[in-house]
Design a protein around this ligand. Structure first.
Ligand code: NAD
Length: 259
């Protein structure tokens, strides 16, 4: 599927959002498109990206679907090269692709561990390494990594919390290494956000979705759970010109002071 354009798009920056077929990634892609970016909507297969691409194009934005497993080095190189060829050099990267494989430590398999560490950490490493070449050449770039409040520890998520804490370390180091080239790197750490990921968790623990949301909301200071748009707004700020002096930070988007 080549790039699709709806209406007129003037000068734009090219953004890649991983895991953008649904949930937080899809909303971040739509938000960045509204703010004038041409967006590569990247997920495991192109077909799954169709709705996000169509939403953007229908509103006059520019988007293209890109298939890649972010944990696969060759697929990542191919995808980033394709984005650069078709849309232009990617100067915004949102490392959002994610999976959970929750289990208590004594039941956690090596596959559970490797899968989660692979998608979040290896994925963010590979995507950042491929994209930074374009950013440093342009002398301007923004990388936003999606961490989580789970980085602070959550029962049943040894793999996921290690990966999300690891992303915070990656964020700080890349901010130091890439800052001199005009590239800022920051992380957003969401709390409970209503998406397929949290729906699947509710199903797994056998609690009806509405009860699960009500219980979560009762424990959050602002007394509601988050929506993908809450995260997308902070991603958009960190990707903007205005955020040029913010680097190596982790912003918790959790309805309370989780960090
Ligand atoms: P989601 O499951 O709805 O979407 C995740 C997307 O990532 C899916 O489209 C999936 O296909 C894609 N993906 C998975 N593995 C991939 C791979 N190897 N390569 C490319 N794409 C891949 O989840 P979500 O709730 O929208 O979560 C998005 C991000 O936000 C994740 O990193 C997640 O860990 C993080 N997060 C979510 C919450 C929450 O409460 N939902 C809270 C904190 C952090």
């Amino acid at each position: 599927m080549g790039p699709r354009r709806g209406g007129t798009v003037g000068r734009h920056r090219v953004a890649i959002v991983t895991g953008a077929a649904q949930g937080i990634g899809a909303e971040a892609a739509r938000r960045l498109a509204r703010e004038g970016h041409a967006v590569a909507v990247l997920d495991l297969d192109e077909h799954s990206c169709a709705d996000t691409v169509a939403d953007i194009v229908d509103k006059g934005g520019m988007a293209t679907a890109v298939a890649a497993d972010v944990a696969d080095a060759e697929a990542v190189e191919r995808a980033v090269t394709r984005v650069a060829d078709e849309l232009g050099p990617p100067v915004v990267l949102v490392n959002n692709a994610g999976v959970t494989r929750d289990a208590l430590l004594h039941k956690m398999t090596e596959v559970d561990w490797d899968t989660v560490i692979g998608v979040h950490m290896r994925g963010a490493f590979l995507m950042s390494r491929a994209a930074q070449a374009h950013m440093t050449r342009a002398g301007w770039g923004r990388i936003v990594n999606i961490s989580s409040v789970s980085a602070l520890g959550l029962r049943g998520q040894a793999n996921y919390s290690a990966a999300k804490a690891g992303l915070q370390g990656l964020t700080k180091t890349l901010a130091i290494e890439l800052g001199p080239f005009g590239v800022t790197v920051n992380a957003v750490a969401p709390g409970f956000i209503a998406t397929e990921m949290t729906r699947r968790t509710a199903e797994r623990v056998g609690v009806p979705w509405e009860d699960y949301v009500d219980r979560a909301a009762a424990a959050i200071p602002v007394r509601r759970v988050g929506e993908p748009a809450d995260v997308a707004a902070v991603v958009a700020f960190l990707a903007s010109e205005d955020a040029g002096f913010v680097a190596g930070q982790v912003i918790y988007v959790a309805g309370g002071p989780k960090g």
